[in-house]
Each structure stands twice: as C-alpha cells, then as structure tokens.
Write a protein that binds this ligand. Structure first.
Ligand code: F6R
Length: 259
C-alpha cells in the first residue's frame, strides 16, 4: 500500500486529482465514489477541466453503489449526486456514467447485471474509494464477504446515522443498497482511497495496520497490488507506523505515483 499523508483535506484533494487526471487523460474506465470526502477532488478536477488541463471525453465511469428505494431522479440518489457534483460539470459522455439500478423491481438481478457490465467493459482502471467510520468501503459493511460480487446489502445503523445528514430526517435514509462487492472492487487495476478527518482515524488504522478481516471491509486493500491511500493528518493520527509511511513516501524506489 502506498500511504500518503498530507497536511490538510485540500492537499489530499490536489494529490488525488493529480493521479485521477492522469487516468482521465488516458481515456480510462474510472470507478467513482460519492459521499463528502471526494467532493474536494471533484472540484479540483472541474477547475482543471475549465483550464483545459484534463478531459474526460474518452473515459467511462462506474459508480460504487446506489441506494435501493430512491428514484434515480431523487436528489440523494447516487445517480443524481455524481452528476450534480461532478460529471455534468466536465466533458463526460453522460451515457457512459453508469450506476447500479437501485430502483429496479429486482435489485439482486440488477446487481448481477451491473457486475457483468463492469467485466464486459474490461474492468475498472482506477477505483476511487472513501471509507466509513466503521471501516466500510462502498456499502460493504462489517461482516461482508471479502470475495463478494455486486450485491444487495443492509446498511449498518452507523451508516444510516452518518448519511442522515443528507436527508431531512433519519427515517428517510434508505435501509438497503446495491454495492459493488469487495471482490469486484479488488479487481480494479488500481485503488485510490481518500480519508480526511479524525472520525476516520480508527478505521484508517484498522484498514492499514489491523488484520485482514471482514470486520473492517477496507482491510481488503491489503490484498491489492496497487492501492494508494491518501489521508490528512487527522485521519492518519492513529497510525502506529506513521513515520515510516512518511519516509517511504519521500523515498519511493520504483513506481511513480502516476502510473
Ligand atoms: C460512497 C460510498 C461510501 C463512502 C463512505 C465515506 O459511494 O461508497 O463508502 O465513501 O461512507 O463517506 P464520506 O466521504 O461521506 O465520509
């Protein structure tokens, strides 16, 4: 794992945008995430697009997950959220921005169809990830199979509570979702996980330094050959081997960050 510790969330966003822009300009298949953490990176990419520094014209995208029970036109569906926050502001072909059909009559079948669509597209070149305070990635909550494919899942009460900030009341937060499975996510050729803020510090520690465990689904990154984790100082605050990660970041022997 490459662990990059940056001073502020703004620096995390710039570093992440450097990597993501490289893939976009190469016409890659991008795995997108929603939630608060990537918003600053999306804003940075929109600014670079407006300056003519990055283009998404040759890219396609797959979202990580989608709520079950919201129309895709609902403002909190991830279908709508990613367009509002990112893809409609750049030169993405909207037809190539895909998300699981959380409003399908048969969400389990829709999940299987989505998993196949990712494979049929040749897989994801770089998958952007956030991490839940409980260690989830996508909506793979604690106890998720480490080899799962895209599937229907029940949101953890902590996730429902955390995401209630986007809704008027906690009762409006969907209880179920379709999420790429940990096995699906781990097939992306590169993983890029961002975390900022002290409420993520324990989850980041468990992901990087804890055992590989379904109790911390993000620990699946330990099995990936090219996972990059970019965190701010607050999210890095519980890392025991923090000094080594900083040293390794400054003395990178072989692989440039942008390949
Ligand atoms: C979003 C997703 C979630 C979030 C995670 C962190 O598509 O799959 O795993 O990345 O819940 O959310 P924020 O960034 O809002 O703290």
């Amino acid at each position: 794992m490459e662990i990059l510790i940056r001073s502020t969330p703004a620096e995390v966003a710039v570093e992440a945008a450097n990597i993501f822009a490289h893939y976009a300009n190469a016409g890659s298949t991008l795995g997108l995430a929603t939630g608060s953490t990537p918003v600053a990176m999306y804003k940075e990419l929109i600014a670079r697009y407006e300056r003519g520094e990055v283009s998404f014209a040759d890219s396609r995208a797959f979202l990580l997950d989608e709520y079950i029970g919201l129309e895709r036109t609902h403002e909190q569906s991830y279908y709508s959220t990613i367009r509002r926050e990112f893809t409609s502001h750049v030169d993405f072909n909207d037809d190539l921005v895909k998300s699981p059909a959380g409003d399908a009559d048969d969400p389990a079948a829709a999940a299987a169809t989505y998993d196949k669509a990712i494979r049929d597209a040749g897989g994801v070149d770089i998958q952007l990830l956030g991490i839940g305070a409980n260690g989830h990635v996508g909506f793979n909550e604690p106890s998720s199979s480490l080899t799962s494919r895209t599937h229907v899942t029940t949101l953890h009460p902590q996730t429902v509570n955390d995401n209630s900030r986007f809704f008027d009341t906690v009762d409006e937060v969907p209880r179920f979702a379709v999420t790429q499975g940990l096995g699906t996510i781990n097939e992306a050729r590169r993983l890029l996980l961002l975390a900022t803020g002290s409420n993520k510090a324990n989850a980041v520690r468990d992901m990087v330094e804890g055992p590989l465990s379904a109790h911390c689904p993000a620990s699946i990154l330990q099995l990936h050959q090219h996972a990059t984790v970019i965190v701010d100082e607050s999210a890095a605050s519980q890392l025991e081997d923090r000094e080594y990660y900083i040293f390794a970041d400054q003395h990178r022997p072989h692989r440039p960050l942008f390949s």
